[in-house]
Design a protein around this ligand. Structure first.
Ligand code: HEC
Ligand code: HEC
Length: 271
């Protein structure tokens, strides 16, 4: 059975990618009665392992935005849910009965649709060029294994996120600031000045990661000065440095990258 599923998953690969980028309406219609019944079944029987949004948990992979699962036919999905996947921890749910299984799959399709309804208004390939070029994002962030590592890996950052939220993360970095990505300025007793992110800190020591990626730990009592700036190292001037169209292109690039990213939390089918 598995081999059959693998090939059907790959066969529809292109179609699923297309689907996930072409759906237009960001406003989902209300749940049908079958979908609503399926939502209940899902939360009792599936969410514990696959997560409430189906995007994966500790015990089971992402089945909501994984293109390999989206690409499976309804019959394939029904077979999986009824028979389970022997030897993997995916139980058989045939005991639920035919209609409840159909309902839960209708709801799963809804979860898949909801998260795949991305509207890309910009030019993703221009966004790619900005990311690795003039906007210098890749000095700090990585996408698909390319770029810097001071900032987070953005390969699937935009998955399921509203374009406006992605744009805000780019233009207003301090809104999403975490203590470990806050810039600190250190003055050493020998006069040397160091600026970096406060990756770890207690009463006595502070560990700083500098822009070149190096980690250095200092004894606080030996510092001439230590300033917490409350800022992110992510530049604060993108709103003015980039045009509205360029920002749109970048958001589109991140969105397309996320739509094409492998699912989190599970092995990749067919790899
Ligand atoms: C006890 C944990 C658990 C529960 C509960 C569970 N699953 Fe799974 N599920 C798994 C695991 C583990 C896998 C990965 C199987 C594999 O490695 O192929 C999986 C895989 C799947 C897959 C993808 C199979 C594939 O071919 O990759 C689907 C679809 C799925 N589950 C749907 C459901 C639905 C719908 C429910 C609720 C009716 C559910 N699961 C409940 C653990 C669970
Ligand atoms: C000088 C380094 C640097 C540059 C250049 C930079 N960023 Fe960032 N960015 C960061 C850091 C550090 C954070 C804080 C969160 C983290 O640790 O990634 C961040 C946060 C973000 C976030 C929010 C991520 C999250 O996990 O919350 C996004 C999205 C983002 N940057 C996109 C971009 C884009 C797009 C560009 C180029 C236009 C860019 N960044 C340029 C360092 C940088």
């Amino acid at each position: 059975m598995n081999r059959l599923l693998i090939s059907s998953g790959l066969g529809l690969f292109a179609a699923a990618t297309f689907l996930s980028l072409s759906a237009q309406s960001p406003q989902a219609p209300p749940l049908s009665s079958h979908e609503a019944a399926g939502a209940k079944t899902f939360s009792t029987n599936c969410a514990g392992c696959h997560g409430a949004d189906g995007r994966g948990g500790e015990r089971a992979p992402n089945i909501a935005t994984s293109r390999n699962i989206i690409a499976l036919s309804d019959d394939d999905l029904e077979g999986i849910v009824k028979k389970g996947v022997p030897g993997t921890g995916m139980p058989s749910f045939s005991y639920l009965g035919d209609q409840p299984v159909k309902d839960v799959l209708a709801y799963l399709r809804r979860l898949q649709g909801k998260t795949s309804m991305v509207k890309v208004t910009g030019d993703a390939s221009a966004g790619h060029d900005l990311f690795f070029g003039r906007a210098e994002c890749s000095q700090c962030h990585m996408i698909k294994g390319e770029g810097g590592y001071i900032g987070s890996d953005l390969t699937d950052y935009a998955a399921g996120a509203a374009p406006d939220a992605v744009k805000l993360a780019i233009t207003n970095p301090d809104d999403s600031l975490t203590p470990t990505s806050t810039v600190v300025e250190l003055q050493l007793s020998n006069g040397e000045h160091i600026s970096g992110m406060a990756r770890a800190e207690d009463n006595f020591h502070i560990t700083v990661q500098t822009k070149d990626g190096r980690w250095r730990t200092f004894d606080k009592s030996k510092l001439a000065d230590l300033k917490h700036t409350g800022r992110s190292p992510h530049p604060r001037d993108y709103e003015t440095k980039l045009s509205a169209k360029e920002l749109d292109d970048l958001v589109s690039y991140l969105t397309v990258s996320a739509a094409n990213a492998p699912a989190k939390g599970g092995r990749r089918r067919g790899q």
